[in-house]
Design a binder for this molecule. Structure first.
Ligand SMILES: Cc1ncc(COP(=O)(O)O)c(C=O)c1O
Length: 407
């Protein structure tokens, strides 16, 4: 038998044995790579899922971190569930009848998703997801060995008639959904549907994982109550995060759960990594309990409203053949239908890339076959409104170029 760890003819370590040892499991990181790769500075990014630095509370973050660092207990251990004060702040933020004991601090929303998927559903199980949905959730579910089954949504979010069917045919015991400013479409589930979705999940004996990532990303209008607020039997496991309204590196979020599932989530945190780094938790407390945080959120709402309207208006003028699913009242994105076959979205993304504009191709947001050609266009990651309109101008050039190449 050949020695296992030999060198290749080029002198590199021969790791080919690992292919057999690792077997057929795969953690597909393409989505996360797409979400996180910083674009070259010359690129106008309509692809990102975080705020441009000019919209982040950079000064307040710095001040919060230095106040946190001066606390004598900053480097002590933290409780597994997270700091009590931080948990109370998240309990209040959720606007539901929950208290600090129901809250588990997480390392942002992605950690909350991964923990919840792994803790609630056994590998191999089906889970229901909106179609389309946040592609990072699909990646996390698949990495946990789960099988995401799509349930169609319309302009008002998930369709209750099809949801009941999906539970019945799959036997799923978990629905992942975003009732408020859904990523990518911006849809908001109306009150009547919220009640129906809760009732249907209850009848199926299933959990709902409510991803309320946009709780602090409203554009100034009224915010719907989370599903959690109408949950009286522990059906809803709720998550939210500070990364979107503050900064991607303020990796602090929360899971809120009641009953045995809450114990399981805490046990998962403990076994995975004991607890989250205390200095960052202290910094989050310092940031969000000051009056400057509320000022930041008010300013952010105005900026997002302006940017959203500007992007929608520029698209209507420059590329009228594209259809917006809505002009959302919250969140960071527009969801745009492109005429033509599925491949047209990729072709536009490639042509846009050649003009230094990054967009996000819609097919990755579907758990199965996409229902059409879509792009997700973000309005929060550009430096300013001028860059946003220049981005649309270049996109319009890219579509014209493709059309003339086709004819
Ligand atoms: C719907 C949704 N949930 C969760 C996340 C995870 O965000 P983070 O881990 O940065 O809090 C994202 C990020 O794009 C998202 O769009």
């Amino acid at each position: 038998m050949a020695p296992r760890r030999s060198r290749t003819p080029h002198g590199a370590v021969d790791t080919s044995w690992q292919t057999i040892a690792l077997g057929d499991r795969i953690v597909d990181a393409r989505t996360a790579t797409d979400l996180l790769s910083p674009p070259p500075t010359s690129t106008i990014t309509l692809a990102g899922g975080y705020l441009h630095r000019s919209l982040q509370p950079t000064k307040a973050l710095g001040a919060a971190l230095s106040r946190a660092a001066r606390r004598p207990d900053a480097w002590d251990r933290a409780p597994t569930a997270g700091l009590e004060t931080l948990r109370s702040l998240f309990a209040r933020l959720a606007g539901a009848d929950v208290d600090a004991d129901d809250v588990l601090i997480t390392s942002g929303g992605q950690d909350a998703l991964s923990m919840a998927f792994r803790s609630i559903a056994a590998p191999g199980s089906p889970i229901l997801v909106e179609s389309p949905t946040y592609q990072g959730a699909l990646a996390a579910a698949r990495a946990a060995g789960l099988r995401p089954i799509p349930v169609p949504i319309d302009a008002h979010g998930i369709r209750p008639d099809l949801l009941a069917d999906a539970f019945a045919t799959t036997g799923a015991r978990l629905l992942y959904c975003q009732p408020t400013f859904h990523n990518p479409t911006g849809a908001v589930l109306p009150p009547e549907r919220r009640r129906q979705v809760l009732d249907i999940a209850r009848a199926a004996g299933a959990f709902i994982l409510e991803d309320d990532f946009a709780r602090l990303l409203g554009h100034g209008g009224p915010m719907p109550r989370p599903l959690l607020a109408d949950d009286n039997d522990g059906t809803v496991v709720y998550l939210t995060s500070l990364t979107k309204p503050a900064s991607p590196s303020l990796r602090i979020g929360a899971l809120i759960a009641r009953g045995p599932v809450a114990h399981r989530l805490r046990a998962t945190r403990l076994v995975d990594d004991f607890f989250l780094a205390r200095p960052l938790q202290e910094a989050a407390v310092e940031l969000i309990s000051t009056p400057s945080w509320d000022r930041h959120l008010r300013g952010l709402a105005t900026a997002l409203r302006e940017r959203c309207a500007a992007l929608a208006a520029a698209l209507a003028t420059e590329i009228p053949e594209w259809t917006l699913s809505s002009v959302p009242q919250g969140g960071l994105h527009l969801w745009v239908r492109i005429p033509g076959p599925l491949e047209s979205a990729t072709a536009i993304a490639d042509a846009a890339h050649a003009r230094d504009v990054a967009v996000s191709v819609g097919s990755g947001y579907f758990a199965a076959e996409p229902t059409g050609a879509y792009l997700r266009l973000g309005f929060a990651a550009t430096a300013d409104l001028a860059q946003l309109s220049e981005g649309v101008h270049r996109l319009s050039g890219a579509t014209r170029h493709l059309r003339s190449a086709d004819s």
